[in-house]
Write a protein that binds this ligand. Structure first.
Ligand code: C2E
Ligand code: MG
Ligand code: MG
Ligand code: MG
Length: 280
């Protein structure tokens, strides 16, 4: 009976999520409850060094899996969490879980794992972000080299504030990468001015890389640009051997995608790492 009602509620919930009215409120209450009920967990997707074919880091991807119900994609709930302001406590929860995981891995024989953590624009602009990260790193004995932050071009719309924030995070010793690179509207001058470390080629360009001449042109241009600016490039959404070979030939250093691994649980990552899986 309870289960049945739960499913009905969810259907209502899912329908309303698709409409605009009620959206923000539903997600907000739903997410608040999800954090309390431990329906959220983190998945980790390996980022592969294309030269050594070893994972050099793992991207943290949040998962929302309500009991007995289908999962809700972060592509749906993160934007709404942004709108409602819930991204702040949610983002804090994600950062703490990620650092806790680094601490656990360290106890279990994985001392130097590196995590790439996504920050949405609002999270990135919160005034006490640096202090929060610093204090979590202290609590969980995390080294600066273990944390990379992924921000999108949308987080750079206030260039002076963004510059200041990036500088403070860099002063802590963290790395910064630009996610979904090439899909935003920001000016390229920030690449020259901001102390960033890497660019992530958006999966929309990597998709159909071999079939679509324009995607190929954009991808090679990003790779050349990054090379001349001394930035590392991560290609996301690598699904085939052909994509991988093209990226490799054009100087891409890091690959991420279903070709290598899907986002995995923390224990799967530990097993993968400890048995030194080879990524051909
Ligand atoms: P993103 O940061 O660009 O993450 C990459 C997305 O591509 C992930 O989707 C990942 O599961 C998916 N993906 C990985 N490999 C492949 C592949 O080979 N092919 C295809 N088609 N997709 C692949 P996911 O996990 O659904 O996340 C979607 C977006 O939600 C993320 O895009 C990010 O913008 C946001 N997100 C996810 N987790 C977090 C988080 O913890 N915090 C914040 N602020 N945003 C998050
Ligand atoms: Mg990302
Ligand atoms: Mg991305
Ligand atoms: Mg993307």
């Amino acid at each position: 009976e309870v289960k049945k009602r739960g499913r009905g509620d969810y259907q209502l919930f899912a329908e309303r999520m698709k409409s605009d009215t009620g959206n923000v409120l539903l997600i907000e209450t739903g997410l608040r409850r999800a954090i309390e009920n431990r329906e959220l967990r983190l998945a980790y997707q390996p980022q592969i060094d294309l030269r050594s074919r070893e994972p050099i880091s793992f991207e943290v991807l949040v998962r929302w899996e309500p009991a007995n119900l289908p999962a809700i994609s972060p592509a749906e709930f993160i934007p709404v969490a942004e709108e409602s302001g819930l991204i702040i406590p949610l983002g804090e929860w994600i950062l703490e879980e990620a650092m806790k995981q680094l601490y656990t891995w360290k106890q279990e024989g994985l001392p130097e794992a590196v995590l790439a953590i996504n920050l949405s624009a609002k999270q990135f602009m919160q005034p006490y972000l640096v202090e929060m990260i610093q204090s979590l790193m202290l609590t969980y004995e995390v080294q600066p080299a273990q944390i990379e932050l992924e921000i999108t071009e949308g987080a750079l719309t206030n260039p002076d504030e963004a510059y200041e924030m990036i500088r403070r995070l860099k002063d802590l010793g963290l790395s910064i990468s630009i996610d979904d690179f090439g899909t935003g509207y920001s000016s390229l001058t920030y690449l020259k001015r901001f102390p960033i470390d890497s660019l992530k080629i958006d999966q929309s360009f990597v998709k159909d890389l071999l079939l679509d001449e324009q995607n190929r042109a954009i991808t090679t241009t990003i790779l050349h640009l990054a090379q001349s600016l001394g930035l590392r490039v991560v290609a996301e959404g690598v699904e085939t051997k052909e994509q991988l070979l093209f990226l490799e030939e054009n100087g891409c250093q890091i690959g991420q995608g279903f070709y290598f691994d899907s986002p995995l649980s923390a224990s799967e990552i530990q097993q993968t790492y400890l048995r030194k899986k080879e990524y051909k």
